[in-house]
Write a protein of this length. Structure first.
Ligand SMILES: Cc1cc2nc3c(=O)[nH]c(=O)nc-3n(C[C@H](O)[C@H](O)[C@H](O)COP(=O)(O)OP(=O)(O)OC[C@H]3O[C@@H](n4cnc5c(N)ncnc54)[C@H](O)[C@@H]3O)c2cc1C
Lengths: 539, 59
């Protein structure tokens, strides 16, 4: 919502473009069959299209709206998402605009009880987290899409029907003209939390609704505080509640605050009420200058997901498949990882380089990541919004104790997560016990400084062999790209790699397998199992 | 700990609890539990004590 007198797109800092449905000569090609149709051009749908294009697969992207979304929404973009953005060639404008951060501070009744830093080092190309408004995320992804000849974007095009046909799907599309039907081999439904495709397929999200509801309000102001996430527990301006404050680009500040028990949503969303809440908080933060209200909305802490992210030839990705509480900052980040995961797998299957079984690994891997978020989110939700008197007492006791004893403040540490490890995936190999530590199969390959750059930059769009053994790389030439790391280098130490060790890294940067004393035959077997590669095909 | 030591702790707790408001008492006891748990440094033992203290509450 926006203040009275301002339209939905009257932003203080963002200029909304207006797009049109395909017209004129372009309409002749609308009914052709596409290998992949993506429904919804939110960040997740756009990323899926870019990932497919990265692997040479064409797609059609259908979006009901005529512009980017209405407000800042998901503002925290994690390190792994920046790697994903880099891999699809879209990261440059994000690095220019976004505010990187590592530190969080928690306060109890105005006094600091915790300062935490997320892991960061000279071995990391990207910071652990960046703040940037979702409109910019969508704009920058859109700019990358418009550079790609493989992606056909259709705005103002709403999917209203989807039916199974032999070897594919038939979609009904309504647009500003007469509408049409088209066919696709596969569909990625990235159509958001209220996913019409999900309803059309007769599927429902299952899980829990939490009590905690938050108003999220953006204000524009000159406010002198670094990019540090602030969590205020039990502040004077909102006794018994929790407030989060985040800095965003363009002097925009995000203020999330919890609705009081019994406070109605309609009441909390009234402009005067939002203004009063913001004013009281700013007074408490010591902000004396002017401020302008930009946009506000309400958000509740749900943990809901589909039982299976695949329904025949339809794959669900992003909010259509899962809804997670905002303080885990995983909604968007996990959605981008979904898109990347299904993107490379579909590409390999469509190119005949992998058997269709590879697609069966999408749901277990990505749904596992969601369930992991649920476990963590439940933990932070209980701290932010204690579900019972016992939880409330222990929370208050911990915060109170933290005023004198820092160890208790750690209970307020949100422990923003690292990417999920696909330990139980059908396409990840069991670990080799020969390794003494280091990253396990299923985990994201950690980044490392390497020869003036970073290891992550050297990973190819396909599978990559990371090894200290030149002979192995040579033996596998033509079958898989290799990155040689010098024995004894920082990267080798991080990977606990010996002179003949090898890591096989997937197109999404996750480790498919590792072998401490590897032979070419080991790598071939791992490739076959992890990519479901057909014999004799290059990876 | 000798019986006299335990008695001294008992008295200190009683006097400290008496000197605060009713609302502060549970918070104080919960803080104390966390503090002692941290000092003990043995989560298994602490959870054993939690289970022990729950016994007979409605005796
Ligand atoms: C008010 C609000 C506040 C939020 N705040 C936060 C936050 O603070 N932090 C956080 O991490 N996350 C937040 N989120 C969640 C975050 O915005 C989502 O996780 C993220 O946008 C998911 O991206 P998506 O691409 O899956 O879905 P969306 O961004 O919802 O995109 C779905 C797209 O599909 C289109 N679509 C829908 N139906 C059809 C159809 N039939 N045909 C064609 N297109 C269709 C829609 O128009 C939309 O563009 C918030 C969400 C909302 C709604």
């Amino acid at each position: 919502m926006r203040p009275a007198g301002r339209g939905e797109r009257d932003s203080l800092y963002f200029t909304y473009p207006t797009f049109e449905a395909p017209s004129g000569a372009a309409r002749a090609g609308l009914t052709g069959r596409a290998p992949v149709v993506i429904v919804g051009a939110g960040p997740v749908g756009m990323l899926a299209a870019l990932e497919l294009a990265r692997h040479g697969i064409a797609s059609v992207l259908l979006e009901a709206r005529d512009t980017f979304n209405d407000g800042s929404r998901a503002i925290c973009v994690a390190r792994q998402s920046f790697r994903i953005l880099e891999s699809v060639g879209a990261v440059a404008p994000f690095l220019d605009k976004a505010l990187g951060w590592t530190t969080g501070r928690s306060f109890y009744r105005g006094r600091q009880v915790l300062e935490f830093a997320m892991p960061d080092s000279a071995d990391e190309k990207y910071r652990p987290m960046y703040n940037i408004q979702q409109q910019f995320i969508e704009q920058y992804l859109w700019e990358a899409i418009s550079r790609s000849p493989l992606i056909e974007m259709r705005w103002c095009s709403r999917v209203t029907g989807i039916a199974d046909i032999t070897g594919g799907l038939r979609l009904t599309v309504e647009d500003t003209q007469e509408g049409y039907a088209m066919e696709a081999d596969w569909v990625i439904a990235a159509d958001g939390a209220r996913s019409p495709v999900r309803s059309l397929r007769g599927l429902r999200l299952a899980g829990q609704n939490f009590e905690g509801r938050y108003v999220i309000a953006d204000v524009q102001m000159r406010h002198d505080y670094p990019t540090i996430r602030r969590a205020l527990f039990d502040p004077d301006c909102r006794r018994g509640g929790t407030v989060l404050v985040h800095r965003q680009p363009d002097d925009i500040w995000r203020i999330d605050y919890q609705l009081a028990e019994g406070e109605s949503e309609a009441e909390a969303l009234r402009e005067e009420r939002v203004r009063a809440s913001v004013a009281a908080l700013l007074a408490e933060l010591g902000h004396e200058g002017p401020w302008e209200l930009e946009w506000w909305s309400v958000y509740s802490a749900n943990t809901l997901a589909l039982e299976d992210y695949r329904d025949g030839r339809v794959f669900f990705a992003g909010d259509s498949a899962h809804i997670v509480p905002i303080f885990g900052v995983r909604g968007l980040n996990n959605g981008l990882a979904d898109a990347q995961n299904i993107g490379w797998k579909l590409a390999r299957v469509l190119q005949g380089r992998a058997g269709a079984a590879l697609l069966d690994s999408y749901s277990p891997e990505r749904r596992g990541a969601t369930l992991d978020v649920f476990a963590n989110a439940t933990r932070s939700a209980r701290f932010m919004t204690p579900p019972g008197p016992g939880w409330a007492l222990m929370r208050d006791a911990a915060l109170n104790l933290a005023l004198s004893h820092p160890f208790a403040g750690e209970l307020a540490n949100p422990r923003q997560m690292t990417p999920y490890t696909y330990a139980d995936s059908p396409v990840v190999l069991p670990d080799d016990p020969g390794f003494d530590g280091g990253p396990v199969p299923g985990a994201v390959l950690p980044d490392a400084a390497l020869e003036g750059g970073f290891l992550s930059e050297r990973l190819g769009p396909g599978f990559t062999l990371v090894t200290c053994a030149p002979a192995l790389a040579e033996a596998m030439a033509g079958e898989v790209e290799a990155v040689l790391i010098p024995p004894g280098s920082g990267a080798a130490l991080l990977l606990r790699a010996g002179p003949r060790s090898a890591y096989l890294v997937r197109p999404d940067g996750h480790i498919a397998a590792r072998v401490h004393d590897a032979t070419a035959e080991d790598i071939r077997t791992a490739l076959a199992l992890s990519g479901c590669a057909r014999q004799g095909e290059p990876a | 700990m000798s019986p006299a030591d335990l008695e001294a702790v008992y008295e200190d707790l009683a006097e400290t609890l008496d000197a605060m408001t009713e609302a502060q008492r549970p918070v104080f006891l919960a803080k104390l539990a966390l503090l002692m748990a941290e000092a003990l440094g043995d989560a298994g033992a602490v959870r054993g004590y939690i289970a022990a203290a729950v016994q007979n509450l409605d005796a």
